[in-house]
Ligand binder design. Structure first.
Ligand code: MTE
Length: 311
């Protein structure tokens, strides 16, 4: 199944999109229903709809996914975000939008989310440290959020920043990495059907340690692209520098596509330790797939590009 963005004939495009959506539903990437938000409570999510296609793979236990985290704003240890992230205040969250778009300014997150169509999607998440999880996210397409802000043709990339507030994020008092955490996507990557802005997981509101109240999920890229607790978005014309690229450019690039054929300079990326179910930490390794297994949906984005050079 290949999806081409270049069809001129509308009928062909519609048919192609239709088939792509069916395939996504079949493989559990897209949940069938959308979820309503309880209007009386800020960002409270409805119950997820049961969907048998979620059985495609063993999902990671909610406990593992919420206690084994990377969120340097709350400490460098994997167990520290779950212990420390309670100091983050996620109510009345606003997002600042700037750059090449018709709608810019400060936006109330709750008002935006009410206008988005929420879906439950199960995605594999492959971390650059060679472990992976399978997580049911609740979110909406980044494409829909982007359309809401009406970017102009000068917007070639989208840039994100996490909240900077050392009182709420004590890890920012140390100079472990340059703050705030930063990420970016090329506009066509951002508009891809798979790219999600998530506000929940496991049918519940996103826990602070997983990036509340909203984070990015780009399932064919290494986990570090999934910037948490997004506070600023900018539509820019030049490729932005992301945090890990700024820290170690020889190790982390802008694209960060999951690729078993391009090793990290200090370790192989050929296999991963999949954290699923109970006793998961003792599971054997599995082979890592190009684009984390989502090549049918995203390989066209990188047609003709040298993925070893643009890692
Ligand atoms: N976002 C912020 N703001 N700070 C971080 O330290 N870590 C990244 C990414 N997003 C990080 C972040 C990394 S390295 C990974 S692997 C994922 O979040 C981990 O997401 P998880 O804790 O939900 O598994």
């Amino acid at each position: 199944m290949k999806f081409k963005n270049t069809h001129k004939d509308h009928e062909v495009t519609d048919e192609s999109i239709y088939r792509q959506r069916r395939q996504l539903v079949k493989t559990g990437i897209i949940g069938m229903g959308t979820l309503a938000i309880n209007p009386s409570l800020a960002l409270t999510l409805g119950q997820p709809q049961k969907n048998t296609s979620f059985n495609i793979e063993d999902t990671t236990s909610e406990k593992d996914a919420t206690t084994y985290n990377n969120f340097y704003e709350f400490g460098l240890g994997k167990d520290e975000p779950a212990e420390n992230a309670h100091t983050l205040a996620t109510n009345s969250w606003t997002i600042e939008v700037s750059g090449h778009a018709k709608k810019t300014g400060i936006f109330d997150l709750e008002k935006i989310v009410k206008q988005m169509s929420l879906e439950e999607r199960i995605y594999r998440m492959r971390c650059v440290e060679a472990w992976s999880m399978v997580i049911p996210w609740l979110g909406f397409k980044l494409a829909d959020l982007i359309k809401y802000f009406e970017p102009t043709s000068q917007a070639k990339y989208i840039y994100f920043e996490t909240l900077y507030d050392p009182t709420q994020m004590p890890g920012q008092k140390s100079r472990s990495i340059p703050w705030p955490y930063r990420e970016g996507l090329r506009m066509d990557e951002a508009m891809n059907e798979l790219t999600l802005v998530t506000v929940g997981m496991y049918g519940k509101i996103l826990p602070n340690q997983n990036g509340a109240p909203l984070r990015l999920i780009v399932p064919w890229k290494y986990g570090f692209k999934g910037i948490k607790s997004i506070k600023k978005i900018a539509f820019v014309d030049k490729q932005p520098l992301n945090s890990w690229q700024a820290i170690a450019p020889q190790e982390y690039g802008f694209f960060a596509n999951v690729n078993p054929n391009v090793d990290h300079p200090r370790w192989s990326q050929k296999t991963e330790r999949r954290i699923t179910g109970s006793f998961s930490f003792f599971r054997s390794r599995i082979d890592t797939q190009l684009f984390n297994g989502y090549g049918a949906y995203v390989a066209d984005l990188y047609h003709g590009m040298n993925l070893t050079k643009y890692y």
